[in-house]
Design a binder for this molecule. Structure first.
Ligand SMILES: [Zn+2]
Length: 337
């Protein structure tokens, strides 16, 4: 990046002397996977996926909701107010101050957004985590958000989609954050009991208490390529069991191969895939109707084989013999198929 910072950027600034302050500092973004320099506008257009190596970078919540809802049209609901610092927690600084910083930085009350709108013309409720708000950690507020999303889905009789991006439970809320694990589990169970689909879209990262509760309880688990999904960190596991972990451990593709994830879907294909799943689950094909025939009509109809009507049982037997003979001939390989 040095040659861009030291040579290219001063030259660009020299070309437009009156507009030095208009140039943003992050016009070029380095792909953390392949190291390619990507122009920020190209990267935005590609939904933050590297065009060279297909690495899926973390996508902001608003952009993700724009991506999956029809015509980028969605509305949020107001979430219940919760006590902001019940334990009066303090580490390097007060938890209340930390919250204040994140609120001003993200413009959000906490790490979750509950939105509703249409996906491929089907009403759906989406609860999405904001990783930029304290690492998407789950405290009381996030728990309330998921409960509210589940209630809204039941009220609207619409499917629930949860999009976790979280490091797990919020340590500043101690036991109260751990209590959100059973609460969210009950909330999504109620959605299932109401006969509504519950889909989890796992995004990078889904770890800790989030993966140990509702995030692994979906009817369908979709994951973005390369997403880290697990409970404890790979290093902690490796040190505990004292074995080398397999390559791709805790990644979406590995979990799909081992049955924890149903499908790994590229970001650009997410709207279409979600729409297809919802249309299958929400608009099932009409059941075939059973028509009762009068008894006299039913008998000859049963004798017809393969659409051809047989006049007598002898004819039907002959026809069956011919079919068997022909099948044997085909099996012996005498005739080309
Ligand atoms: Zn790349």
């Amino acid at each position: 990046m040095n040659w861009i910072t030291n040579i290219v950027r001063p030259k660009i600034r020299a070309l437009v002397p009156g507009r030095q302050h208009d140039l943003p500092d992050n016009m070029w973004i380095k792909c953390p996977n392949c190291g390619a320099m990507l122009f920020h506008r190209d990267l935005e257009q590609n939904h933050k996926v590297c065009p060279h190596c297909n690495h899926h970078m973390r996508l902001e919540v608003d952009k993700r909701l724009d991506l999956i809802f029809d015509n980028a049209s969605w509305r949020t609901i107001e979430l219940p107010k919760v006590p902001s610092d019940p334990l009066k927690f303090r580490d390097q600084k007060k938890y209340t101050e930390r919250l204040k910083d994140y609120r001003s930085k993200t413009g959000r009350e906490d790490a979750i957004v509950v939105a509703y709108g249409e996906i491929s013309g089907i009403e759906a409720v989406v609860a999405a985590f904001d990783f930029n708000f304290m690492g998407g950690s789950m405290g009381i507020s996030v728990g309330e958000g998921i409960v509210a999303a589940a209630r809204l889905a039941i009220l609207q009789q619409s499917p629930l989609i949860i999009i976790p991006a979280s490091g797990g439970a919020r340590m500043q809320e101690g036991m109260l954050s751990l209590m959100q694990m059973p609460r969210t589990t009950i909330a999504v169970t109620q959605v299932k009991e109401a006969g509504l689909p519950f889909i989890v879209l796992l995004t990078d990262p889904t770890t800790g208490g989030v993966s140990a509760s509702f995030a692994m309880l979906g009817d369908i688990h979709i994951a973005e390529p390369g997403t880290q999904i697990g409970f404890a960190g790979a290093r902690v596991i490796q040190e505990t069991i004292r074995e080398t972990l397999p390559s791709g451990f805790q990644r979406a593709e590995y979990l799909k191969d081992h049955g924890m994830v149903d499908m790994v879907v590229a970001r650009k294909d997410l709207p279409e895939t979600l729409g297809r799943i919802l249309s299958i689950l929400r608009q099932p094909l009409e059941k075939a109707k059973v028509i009762r025939l009068p008894l006299g009509v039913a008998k000859p109809a049963l004798r017809s084989i393969g659409g051809r009507k047989a006049d007598s049982s002898d004819n039907a037997k002959d026809s069956r013999k011919r079919t068997i003979k022909r099948a044997r001939k085909d099996d012996s390989g005498d005739e080309p198929i």
